[in-house]
Design a protein around this ligand. Structure first.
Ligand code: SF4
Length: 363
């Protein structure tokens, strides 16, 4: 667990400092850690109370937090952008950065698309979130709080916001355990999806976890060379190892793993690419989601035509690979996959000093 990130200040409330001089966050407590805290006289606070969705938290909860030197909340909503099917939240962090999360309306409920890191080290050429590099991991409490603040109607969570969740393995897994605890939010684990670039070692660790979550791997290329150019941070991860580790997770848990493939014209949409995908995934517990690129300022890729998309899809279908085309929600408010930016507290985009324009030609 990160000690620095668990020690953030609560806006609007003076939580007492702990021995290291900073406040700890109540939403990062597991139920057993909660039980181990000294009780507060006259205040009957239950673990479930920590996850109250309302902004004005009950007095008894505030007293309990103060007595235990805990901060109840740490994220400040700086902005909300409403779109037709989604709403983008800008959450200010106490260290001057702000991360974006998205609430997506579905027919049968709401999905919270949450961030797992402040920035991202993987610097995918097609994604806004990695443009500023990685600043730090989000604490488990900060991940849980995004879900709490997005509201009680949330019945699915996807780790598809800013950051690579398996690059913040400990805090993400801790957040999932807190979210699913029956005494707390009691969130169904089957409603949680980790979406990852696929770090082989972390996938091997995830294989051994007893968690009924869903797993999505961003593949985006069929050769090591193209993948290393599209996802510079993953160049040391052998493509074959990523695929094997994800399939091994699926077999171990008797599940299907979803591979996301962003079709980029002239980069990864050839007949040979389709053939290599068939060779990788025919007769495996995998399904493919084909996606179009969602435009990002200062990044110059094209969007695949419907015709190319359908041709590519039918080549896979004919070979018996389960495949669907997925368009993500939120383009009307720049909240679709790959469009979330790390920001400052005024909403400005955080950029790395040497931000460069990525183009299909350069790949
Ligand atoms: S796609 Fe995911 S891993 Fe790649 S830069 Fe964006 S947030 Fe990071």
């Amino acid at each position: 667990m990160s000690s620095i990130t668990e020690q953030l200040c609560l806006p609007g409330e003076a939580a007492k400092p702990d021995r290291s001089g900073a406040a700890k966050l109540a939403l990062g407590l597991t139920a057993s850690e909660f039980d181990a805290l000294p009780s507060t006289k006259g205040d009957a606070v239950a673990y479930r109370d920590l996850f109250a969705p309302h902004r004005d938290l009950p007095r008894k909860l505030q007293r309990w937090a103060q007595a235990n030197s805990l901060a109840l909340r740490s994220l400040t909503i700086l902005n909300r952008d409403r779109g037709s099917m989604s709403e983008k939240f800008l959450f200010g962090l106490p260290d001057g950065y702000a991360v974006e999360s998205v609430l997506i309306r579905r027919r049968d409920g709401y999905t919270a698309c949450v961030s797992s890191q402040v920035g991202c080290a993987f610097a995918c050429r097609f994604c806004a979130s990695g443009q500023a590099g990685l600043k730090r991991n989000l604490a488990a409490a900060e991940i849980v709080e995004q879900v709490v603040q997005l509201g009680p109607k949330v019945n699915r969570i996807v780790f598809m916001g800013i950051g690579e969740p398996l690059n913040n393995y400990g805090n993400v897994l801790r957040a999932i355990r807190i979210l699913r605890d029956r005494r707390g939010m009691d969130f169904p684990t089957t409603g949680i999806t980790i979406s990852s670039i696929g770090i082989p070692k972390a996938l091997r660790d995830l294989r051994e976890e007893h968690l009924g979550i869903n797993l999505t791997i961003s593949l985006h290329a069929t050769t090591q060379e193209v993948r290393a150019k599209l996802i510079p941070g993953a160049k040391k991860h052998e493509l074959s190892q990523v695929v094997q580790a994800a399939l091994s997770w699926a077999r171990r848990h008797n599940r299907t793993v979803t591979f996301v493939y962003l079709l980029l014209p002239g980069v990864n949409d050839s007949v040979e690419d389709a053939q290599r995908l068939v060779a990788m995934f025919a007769d495996t517990p995998a399904r493919l989601n084909l996606m179009r690129w969602n435009p990002v300022d200062s990044i110059d890729f094209g969007r695949t035509s419907d015709r190319t998309l359908q041709l590519f899809k039918s080549r896979l279908e004919r070979a018996g690979v389960p495949v669907v085309v997925r368009d993500t929600q939120g383009m009307d408010i720049d909240a679709a996959c790959g469009q979330l930016w790390l920001r400052d507290l005024r909403g400005g985009r955080a950029l790395a000093a040497s931000a460069s324009v990525a183009t299909a030609k350069a790949i």
